[in-house]
Design a protein around this ligand. Sequence first.
Ligand SMILES: NC(=O)c1ccc[n+]([C@@H]2O[C@H](COP(=O)([O-])OP(=O)(O)OC[C@H]3O[C@@H](n4cnc5c(N)ncnc54)[C@H](O)[C@@H]3O)[C@@H](O)[C@H]2O)c1
Ligand SMILES: O=C(O)C(=O)C[C@]1(C(=O)O)C=C[C@@H](O)C=C1
Length: 290
Amino acid sequence: MIRRFCIIGVGLIGGSAALRARGFCGEIIGVDADPANLDRAEALGVVDRGRVDPEQGVEGADFVLIATPVGTIEPLFRRLRPVWRPECVYTDAGSTKGSVVDAARRVFGKVPSNFIPGHPIAGAERSGVEAADASLFEGKRVILTPLPDSAPDALARVGEFWTYLGAKVERMEAERHDEVLAATSHLPHVLAFTLARMLGRKDEQAEIFRYAAGGFRDFTRIASSDPRMWLDICRANREPLLELLAEYEAALREVAGLIRNDDAGRLYACFSEARSAREKFLQLTENNHA
Ligand SMILES: NC(=O)c1ccc[n+]([C@@H]2O[C@H](COP(=O)([O-])OP(=O)(O)OC[C@H]3O[C@@H](n4cnc5c(N)ncnc54)[C@H](O)[C@@H]3O)[C@@H](O)[C@H]2O)c1
Ligand SMILES: O=C(O)C(=O)C[C@]1(C(=O)O)C=C[C@@H](O)C=C1
């Protein structure tokens, strides 16, 4: 049971957590830099009270979730440092973990033992409190990246929190987390943004979107995601992402070569291997939901 739950950033992730946490929270306080978003969060009943200042919002809270773009977390730590309380448990939902750990070290000297970095591997291309969905985390993974001196009771409370929200909790080193997510989340977003932008420019001249259907829609759904959030993620996870982009460029050049040379056998093998890889992924995710 959480007495006073403070959510900093009442958007898709913070709002979804608030909706689902209702049943085990005495009071939910929302902090958001955007007063209009806070008004909507209050009007929708997602939070009980809204505050623009994080220092006021965390007052008396026993559990704090930071769910703002990763680039805002260091300045938020700086504001929270004077009001940081040992009896409260803090966590975050940021999509990158090394950058959050580094930010905590810069601000506090070391990562506070009652701050447990976390990341729900669940989301959508929509943002803001209107997109909040109580079932968003149901059956999804949440990765916690505790440090050797993380407080065991804080770690246990953050784990219980996500379990209550319907998620399956796992632990990982922050560095490993960032490598894995660069491949399965950050790279696909960069590819989708790049394709949508490239074809958007062509569309201005040739109206090609009129003839686009499922293929383009499926490939580019995530290009509707918030540019600010993805700017922060790409800057925070630069090195692993750049390595994967180089690999992807090489793989694209290989396929282009096969098409240029009309190498039907190797092109077929290439597409078959890709289809098997995706089938394996689908089986894995279906088993995860079982
Ligand atoms: N969208 C996803 O699919 C997804 C999934 C997992 C994790 N995440 C991570 O969760 C976090 C939140 O993402 P989201 O999709 O909920 O974004 P969102 O845009 O829906 O919500 C973020 C909210 O934070 C507020 N905000 C921004 N800067 C602030 C600041 N300095 N102080 C207080 N409030 C501030 C915004 O006004 C907004 O309401 C990000 O770190 C993101 O990387 C997102
Ligand atoms: O489903 C989507 O739209 C998402 O973008 C979710 C997604 C992902 O890439 O899988 C996006 C960012 C996260 O940090 C976690 C999940």
